[in-house]
Design a protein around this ligand. Structure first.
Ligand SMILES: Nc1ncnc2c1ncn2[C@@H]1O[C@H](COP(=O)(O)OP(=O)(O)OP(=O)(O)O)[C@@H](O)[C@H]1O
Ligand SMILES: [Mg+2]
Length: 243
């Protein structure tokens, strides 16, 4: 691993009385691509929500490039350099593509030149969004909406991009296309931590993977190594996941 960018150390998270994360420790290096795998309910979404500040850990620490971010509100965490692409693609359906992107800039210093520069950069990654810039987000296809949610996250120029189930409900061809764009984003210097139900797609597009079970990290390996061990993947994630 390069220098450590994200360091999650011994984090415990609860929903009321229910403990969702148990002593969770994960790391992401500068510019690294990491997958977070696990069966339904393992705590993947909870992990991303905790890193991005939507949930506060009851104990443990979260540092970004050595600075503590654990427990800070999401609005601050995004300014520190962490952007979150949440499960379920919440967009403002009645607002245009351009307006949705501008919202992703809301936490940044109010500078129109920077805003336009960042929007152009997103349009370079996703040219279809440029074509659709004046169109209401709700009229986009599922794949275009996912691109817009990722584009909105990129408007803060994050050092770390958290992506939750980008493939949900999309055709494999579109998912592959979005992963290719994420690879370019990563090559341009953004580290990514992805949660993905298409295990193979996730492993093919990452350097390392963590496996979660019931809120606990049960394994961490180079993605290529896991990819070469279908029996191990099945043992962690059940039948059908290693096809
Ligand atoms: N808002 C909530 N209130 C109470 N319990 C919750 C809440 N959200 C999640 N949980 C519980 O926390 C645990 C972890 O859930 P989480 O959504 O993080 O799992 P996941 O790995 O993302 O699952 P999936 O693959 O189904 O998206 C589960 O047991 C879940 O039931
Ligand atoms: Mg989830």
């Amino acid at each position: 691993m390069n220098d450590i960018l994200l360091d999650v150390n011994d984090v415990n998270v609860y929903y009321g009385l229910v403990q969702a994360l148990r002593g969770l420790s994960i790391q992401v290096g500068v510019g690294e691509r990491v997958a977070l795998l696990g069966a339904n309910g393992a705590g993947k979404t909870t992990t991303l929500r905790t890193i991005s500040g939507m949930l506060a850990p009851r104990s443990g620490s979260i540092n970004l490039a050595g600075q503590p971010i654990g427990g800070k509100p999401a609005f601050d965490v995004v300014r520190e350099g962490v952007a979150h692409v949440p499960e379920g693609r919440a967009l403002f359906a009645g607002m245009t593509v351009e307006e949705n992107l501008t919202l992703g800039f809301a936490s940044q210093p109010n500078d129109r030149d920077v805003l336009h520069h960042r929007r152009d950069r997103v349009y370079d990654y996703f040219p279809i969004l440029r074509e659709r810039s004046k169109q209401a987000a709700g009229t986009l296809s599922g794949g275009e909406q996912q691109m817009l949610v990722i584009g909105r996250a990129l408007m803060s120029e994050p050092r770390l991009l958290l992506v939750d189930e980008l493939s949900l409900g999309l055709a494999p061809k579109i998912v592959a296309q979005i992963f290719e764009i994420l690879e370019t984003v990563n090559r341009d210097g953004t580290a990514v931590l992805i949660v993905e139900q298409f295990v193979h797609m996730a492993l093919q597009n990452t350097d390392r993977a963590y496996v979660l079970r019931k809120g606990v990290v049960v394994d961490c390996k180079p993605s290529a190594e896991l990819l070469g061990d279908p029996a191990l993947i099945r043992s962690y994630l059940g039948e059908g996941t290693a096809a």
